[in-house]
Design a protein. Structure first.
Length: 268
Protein backbone atom coordinates (compact mmCIF):
# COMPACT_ATOMS: atom_id res chain seq x y z
CA UNK A 1 0.00 0.00 0.00
CA UNK A 2 2.83 2.36 0.84
CA UNK A 3 4.48 1.74 -2.51
CA UNK A 4 1.19 2.27 -4.34
CA UNK A 5 0.72 5.58 -2.52
CA UNK A 6 4.23 6.69 -3.53
CA UNK A 7 3.61 5.79 -7.17
CA UNK A 8 0.31 7.68 -7.20
CA UNK A 9 1.99 10.70 -5.61
CA UNK A 10 4.69 10.71 -8.29
CA UNK A 11 2.07 10.39 -11.03
CA UNK A 12 0.13 13.29 -9.55
CA UNK A 13 3.28 15.40 -9.33
CA UNK A 14 4.13 14.64 -12.96
CA UNK A 15 0.62 15.63 -14.03
CA UNK A 16 0.88 18.93 -12.14
CA UNK A 17 4.21 19.66 -13.82
CA UNK A 18 2.66 18.92 -17.22
CA UNK A 19 -0.16 21.36 -16.48
CA UNK A 20 2.33 24.04 -15.44
CA UNK A 21 4.22 23.51 -18.69
CA UNK A 22 1.00 23.82 -20.69
CA UNK A 23 0.24 27.11 -18.94
CA UNK A 24 3.71 28.41 -19.80
CA UNK A 25 3.34 27.30 -23.42
CA UNK A 26 -0.03 29.04 -23.54
CA UNK A 27 1.61 32.32 -22.53
CA UNK A 28 4.19 31.96 -25.30
CA UNK A 29 1.51 31.12 -27.86
CA UNK A 30 -0.38 34.24 -26.81
CA UNK A 31 2.66 36.24 -28.00
CA UNK A 32 2.87 34.15 -31.19
CA UNK A 33 6.29 32.93 -30.09
CA UNK A 34 7.25 29.28 -30.41
CA UNK A 35 9.54 27.78 -27.79
CA UNK A 36 12.91 26.80 -29.21
CA UNK A 37 12.84 23.06 -29.99
CA UNK A 38 15.70 20.66 -29.21
CA UNK A 39 18.82 22.45 -30.39
CA UNK A 40 19.79 19.60 -32.69
CA UNK A 41 16.69 20.45 -34.76
CA UNK A 42 17.87 24.05 -35.18
CA UNK A 43 21.17 23.17 -36.82
CA UNK A 44 21.60 24.25 -40.44
CA UNK A 45 24.90 23.46 -42.18
CA UNK A 46 26.40 22.67 -38.75
CA UNK A 47 25.38 26.08 -37.41
CA UNK A 48 22.74 26.86 -34.78
CA UNK A 49 20.32 29.57 -35.86
CA UNK A 50 16.98 30.54 -34.30
CA UNK A 51 14.69 32.22 -36.79
CA UNK A 52 12.59 34.31 -36.60
CA UNK A 53 14.13 35.93 -33.54
CA UNK A 54 10.94 37.39 -32.02
CA UNK A 55 13.06 39.62 -29.77
CA UNK A 56 10.46 42.38 -29.65
CA UNK A 57 7.70 40.03 -28.52
CA UNK A 58 9.90 38.50 -25.82
CA UNK A 59 10.91 41.94 -24.56
CA UNK A 60 7.38 43.36 -24.63
CA UNK A 61 6.29 41.37 -21.55
CA UNK A 62 8.59 43.41 -19.33
CA UNK A 63 8.17 46.87 -17.85
CA UNK A 64 10.78 49.50 -18.76
CA UNK A 65 12.66 49.00 -15.49
CA UNK A 66 12.71 45.22 -15.81
CA UNK A 67 13.74 45.46 -19.46
CA UNK A 68 16.70 47.62 -18.43
CA UNK A 69 17.89 44.82 -16.14
CA UNK A 70 17.23 42.20 -18.83
CA UNK A 71 19.47 44.07 -21.26
CA UNK A 72 22.19 44.36 -18.63
CA UNK A 73 21.93 40.60 -18.14
CA UNK A 74 22.37 40.09 -21.91
CA UNK A 75 25.50 42.23 -21.80
CA UNK A 76 26.88 40.32 -18.83
CA UNK A 77 26.31 36.76 -20.05
CA UNK A 78 26.71 37.27 -23.83
CA UNK A 79 28.65 40.49 -24.30
CA UNK A 80 25.65 41.82 -26.26
CA UNK A 81 25.54 45.55 -26.93
CA UNK A 82 22.30 47.43 -27.46
CA UNK A 83 23.67 49.31 -30.47
CA UNK A 84 25.28 46.30 -32.12
CA UNK A 85 25.02 46.35 -35.91
CA UNK A 86 23.65 43.58 -38.10
CA UNK A 87 27.11 42.34 -39.02
CA UNK A 88 28.11 41.91 -35.37
CA UNK A 89 24.82 40.22 -34.46
CA UNK A 90 25.05 37.59 -37.20
CA UNK A 91 28.81 37.06 -37.27
CA UNK A 92 29.82 33.42 -36.58
CA UNK A 93 30.69 32.71 -32.96
CA UNK A 94 31.40 29.52 -31.05
CA UNK A 95 30.14 28.49 -27.63
CA UNK A 96 30.31 25.28 -25.61
CA UNK A 97 26.95 23.56 -25.38
CA UNK A 98 27.33 23.02 -21.63
CA UNK A 99 28.15 26.69 -21.11
CA UNK A 100 25.07 27.74 -23.09
CA UNK A 101 22.99 25.31 -21.02
CA UNK A 102 24.23 26.94 -17.81
CA UNK A 103 23.48 30.42 -19.17
CA UNK A 104 19.96 29.29 -20.10
CA UNK A 105 19.34 27.83 -16.62
CA UNK A 106 20.67 30.99 -14.93
CA UNK A 107 18.47 33.14 -17.19
CA UNK A 108 15.35 31.13 -16.28
CA UNK A 109 16.06 31.78 -12.61
CA UNK A 110 16.82 35.43 -13.41
CA UNK A 111 13.40 35.80 -15.05
CA UNK A 112 11.76 34.14 -12.03
CA UNK A 113 13.68 36.51 -9.73
CA UNK A 114 12.71 39.63 -11.69
CA UNK A 115 9.07 38.63 -11.50
CA UNK A 116 9.20 38.27 -7.75
CA UNK A 117 11.35 41.33 -7.06
CA UNK A 118 9.35 43.67 -9.30
CA UNK A 119 6.09 43.18 -7.37
CA UNK A 120 7.83 43.49 -4.02
CA UNK A 121 9.13 46.80 -5.30
CA UNK A 122 5.69 47.79 -6.60
CA UNK A 123 3.99 46.93 -3.30
CA UNK A 124 6.54 48.84 -1.22
CA UNK A 125 5.98 51.89 -3.38
CA UNK A 126 2.23 51.54 -2.86
CA UNK A 127 2.69 51.27 0.91
CA UNK A 128 4.91 54.37 0.90
CA UNK A 129 2.26 56.25 -1.07
CA UNK A 130 -0.57 55.15 1.27
CA UNK A 131 1.45 56.10 4.35
CA UNK A 132 2.17 59.55 2.96
CA UNK A 133 -1.53 60.06 2.15
CA UNK A 134 -2.52 58.98 5.67
CA UNK A 135 0.26 60.95 7.31
CA UNK A 136 1.78 57.85 8.86
CA UNK A 137 5.44 58.12 9.82
CA UNK A 138 7.61 55.04 9.76
CA UNK A 139 6.04 51.65 9.17
CA UNK A 140 2.44 50.69 9.71
CA UNK A 141 2.39 47.25 11.34
CA UNK A 142 -1.33 46.85 10.71
CA UNK A 143 -0.98 47.62 7.01
CA UNK A 144 2.05 45.36 6.67
CA UNK A 145 0.26 42.46 8.33
CA UNK A 146 -2.62 42.87 5.90
CA UNK A 147 -0.23 42.91 2.94
CA UNK A 148 1.58 39.81 4.22
CA UNK A 149 -1.74 38.01 4.28
CA UNK A 150 -2.05 38.73 0.56
CA UNK A 151 0.92 36.46 -0.06
CA UNK A 152 -1.40 33.45 0.00
CA UNK A 153 -3.93 35.04 -2.35
CA UNK A 154 -3.31 34.94 -6.10
CA UNK A 155 -5.15 36.06 -9.19
CA UNK A 156 -6.35 33.70 -11.92
CA UNK A 157 -3.74 32.82 -14.53
CA UNK A 158 -5.80 34.34 -17.31
CA UNK A 159 -5.48 37.72 -15.60
CA UNK A 160 -1.72 37.53 -15.09
CA UNK A 161 0.36 39.62 -17.44
CA UNK A 162 3.70 41.37 -17.56
CA UNK A 163 5.72 41.76 -14.38
CA UNK A 164 3.00 43.16 -12.19
CA UNK A 165 1.69 39.84 -10.90
CA UNK A 166 4.43 38.74 -8.56
CA UNK A 167 4.88 37.02 -5.23
CA UNK A 168 4.54 39.15 -2.16
CA UNK A 169 6.42 36.99 0.32
CA UNK A 170 7.57 38.76 3.44
CA UNK A 171 7.49 42.49 2.95
CA UNK A 172 10.33 44.44 4.57
CA UNK A 173 9.73 47.55 6.65
CA UNK A 174 8.29 50.48 4.75
CA UNK A 175 10.95 52.89 3.64
CA UNK A 176 10.48 56.60 4.24
CA UNK A 177 12.40 57.83 1.21
CA UNK A 178 11.92 58.72 -2.40
CA UNK A 179 10.83 55.98 -4.75
CA UNK A 180 13.85 54.24 -6.19
CA UNK A 181 14.37 52.40 -9.43
CA UNK A 182 13.98 48.64 -9.42
CA UNK A 183 17.66 48.16 -10.24
CA UNK A 184 18.81 49.96 -7.08
CA UNK A 185 16.04 48.42 -5.01
CA UNK A 186 17.29 44.94 -5.93
CA UNK A 187 20.87 45.93 -5.15
CA UNK A 188 19.78 46.65 -1.56
CA UNK A 189 18.62 43.04 -0.99
CA UNK A 190 20.46 40.99 1.60
CA UNK A 191 21.46 37.38 0.87
CA UNK A 192 18.28 35.96 2.43
CA UNK A 193 15.96 38.17 0.38
CA UNK A 194 17.89 37.43 -2.82
CA UNK A 195 17.54 33.71 -2.26
CA UNK A 196 13.85 34.01 -1.40
CA UNK A 197 13.11 35.83 -4.66
CA UNK A 198 15.34 33.76 -6.94
CA UNK A 199 14.75 30.25 -5.61
CA UNK A 200 11.71 28.42 -7.04
CA UNK A 201 9.21 28.01 -4.23
CA UNK A 202 8.10 24.51 -5.20
CA UNK A 203 9.80 21.26 -6.13
CA UNK A 204 7.44 20.99 -9.09
CA UNK A 205 8.79 24.25 -10.53
CA UNK A 206 12.38 23.10 -10.00
CA UNK A 207 11.67 19.75 -11.68
CA UNK A 208 10.02 21.54 -14.58
CA UNK A 209 13.10 23.69 -15.16
CA UNK A 210 15.35 20.62 -15.18
CA UNK A 211 13.11 18.69 -17.57
CA UNK A 212 12.82 21.64 -19.94
CA UNK A 213 16.58 22.17 -20.03
CA UNK A 214 17.35 18.51 -20.70
CA UNK A 215 14.70 18.44 -23.42
CA UNK A 216 16.34 21.46 -25.05
CA UNK A 217 20.03 20.65 -24.65
CA UNK A 218 20.07 16.88 -24.12
CA UNK A 219 21.35 14.36 -26.65
CA UNK A 220 18.75 12.72 -28.90
CA UNK A 221 19.59 9.21 -27.70
CA UNK A 222 20.90 9.53 -24.15
CA UNK A 223 19.25 12.79 -23.09
CA UNK A 224 22.55 13.83 -21.51
CA UNK A 225 24.35 17.10 -22.20
CA UNK A 226 27.75 16.71 -23.86
CA UNK A 227 30.26 18.75 -21.86
CA UNK A 228 32.84 19.15 -24.63
CA UNK A 229 30.58 19.85 -27.62
CA UNK A 230 31.14 23.22 -29.29
CA UNK A 231 28.33 24.93 -31.22
CA UNK A 232 28.77 27.42 -34.05
CA UNK A 233 26.07 30.11 -33.86
CA UNK A 234 25.56 33.89 -33.78
CA UNK A 235 25.02 36.56 -31.14
CA UNK A 236 21.50 37.12 -32.48
CA UNK A 237 20.54 33.48 -31.86
CA UNK A 238 22.15 33.48 -28.43
CA UNK A 239 20.17 36.59 -27.52
CA UNK A 240 16.97 34.90 -28.67
CA UNK A 241 17.67 31.87 -26.50
CA UNK A 242 18.42 33.97 -23.40
CA UNK A 243 15.34 36.17 -23.88
CA UNK A 244 13.22 33.03 -24.09
CA UNK A 245 14.79 31.68 -20.88
CA UNK A 246 13.99 34.90 -19.00
CA UNK A 247 10.40 34.84 -20.27
CA UNK A 248 10.13 31.16 -19.32
CA UNK A 249 11.16 31.98 -15.74
CA UNK A 250 8.63 34.81 -15.57
CA UNK A 251 5.81 32.63 -16.88
CA UNK A 252 6.88 29.80 -14.56
CA UNK A 253 6.22 32.08 -11.61
CA UNK A 254 2.73 32.80 -12.96
CA UNK A 255 1.98 29.11 -13.51
CA UNK A 256 3.26 28.17 -10.06
CA UNK A 257 1.11 30.78 -8.35
CA UNK A 258 -1.97 29.76 -10.30
CA UNK A 259 -1.53 26.08 -9.45
CA UNK A 260 -1.18 27.01 -5.78
CA UNK A 261 -4.79 28.17 -5.80
CA UNK A 262 -6.05 24.64 -6.51
CA UNK A 263 -3.24 22.29 -5.45
CA UNK A 264 -0.73 22.17 -2.62
CA UNK A 265 2.72 22.18 -4.19
CA UNK A 266 5.73 20.74 -2.40
CA UNK A 267 8.01 23.33 -0.82
CA UNK A 268 11.45 23.49 -2.36
Amino acid sequence: MRRIAEVKELECQASVEDIMYILISYKFSGMRVHLVPKLSKCMYNDRLEIWPCRDWELESIHSCEVLEMVREHLTTVLGWKEKSNVTDNWAPTKVRKLQLCRVYAASVLFGYFLKSASLRHHLEQKVDHINRDLGIAGSSQLLLSELRSLGSETVPFSHISGTRSTSVGRIPLVREKKQEKLKYYVMSFDAETLQMCAKPKSKEALNLIEKHIYALFGDEKTGLIASGEVISTSLASLKRIVLEAIAFGSFLWDAEEYIRTVYQLKDN
